[in-house]
Structures are given as C-alpha cells and as structure tokens.
Design a protein. Structure first.
Length: 128
C-alpha cells in the first residue's frame, strides 16, 4: 500500500511538472542570428517553440534583456502560431549600451508568463 501511494505521488508530481514545463516558451537565437549594424544597433533573429493552442494561450512576446535586467527592446507577437512551430521573428534597431558584451533573450506567453528556456547571447563587436 505504501509503495503504491509513493508511486502515485511520484506520478502526480511528474505529470504536474510536465504540464508546467511543456507550456512555457523556449527561445533559440539562430547561429549567426545577431547582426551589428553600423549605427551601433543590433538585429536579432529569434526562434520560439511553444505549444500555442489559440488566442487564450500563445507566445505573445520576446525580449532582449541587459545583464542588470533592463529590458532593451520587446518584440510583441500579435497572434498565435498554432500551425507554425517553431517560428522565427526578427527585431531590428536594438540599441545596447556600451560595455555590454552579452544579453539574455527571454520569452513570455499569455498563461505562464516568463519561463522556459532563455538564451544568453554574446554580441558581435564592431566589424562582426
């Protein structure tokens, strides 16, 4: 009886954990997906993976965040991508303060908020 109860608890915790993790947005910045413009701004090409189910639950934005947690720029996603997974969107004109060598790209969805895989990305320097 105790073994069966322990297995039931493990199964329930695993199921709950699986639901929470599978519902969050995962980020991937494509290899070579950051371009430094001559004006000192950057363009990011970001791929998101999320189990969008419709208007009530979809990945609704991603952000470029400085090491001090300042949001440098946000790419708002205006509709669900139910049949387009994973999907890539770009964001140009991201101005990064001098001295910052890397940023974090994170995503958000309408149900879970922030979560899933974030990505720390080294920025190409001048000429890169």
């Amino acid at each position: 009886m105790i073994k069966m109860l322990a297995l039931s608890v493990v199964a329930a915790v695993t199921a709950i954990g699986g639901v929470a993790v599978s519902g969050e947005v995962d980020v991937d910045v494509e290899k070579g997906g950051i371009v430094r413009a001559s004006s000192g701004t950057y363009t990011f090409h970001v791929t998101l993976r999320h189990a969008d189910t419709g208007w009530e639950h979809y990945a609704d934005k991603w952000e470029v965040v400085a090491p001090n947690n300042t949001i440098l720029r946000t790419r708002v996603l205006l509709h669900p991508h139910v049949n387009e997974q994973p999907f890539t969107r770009s964001l140009s004109g991201v101005r990064v303060p001098a001295g910052i060598a890397a940023v974090t790209v994170r995503a958000h969805d309408k149900v879970h908020g922030y979560g899933g895989v974030e990505m720390k990305v080294a920025l190409p320097q001048a000429g890169g």
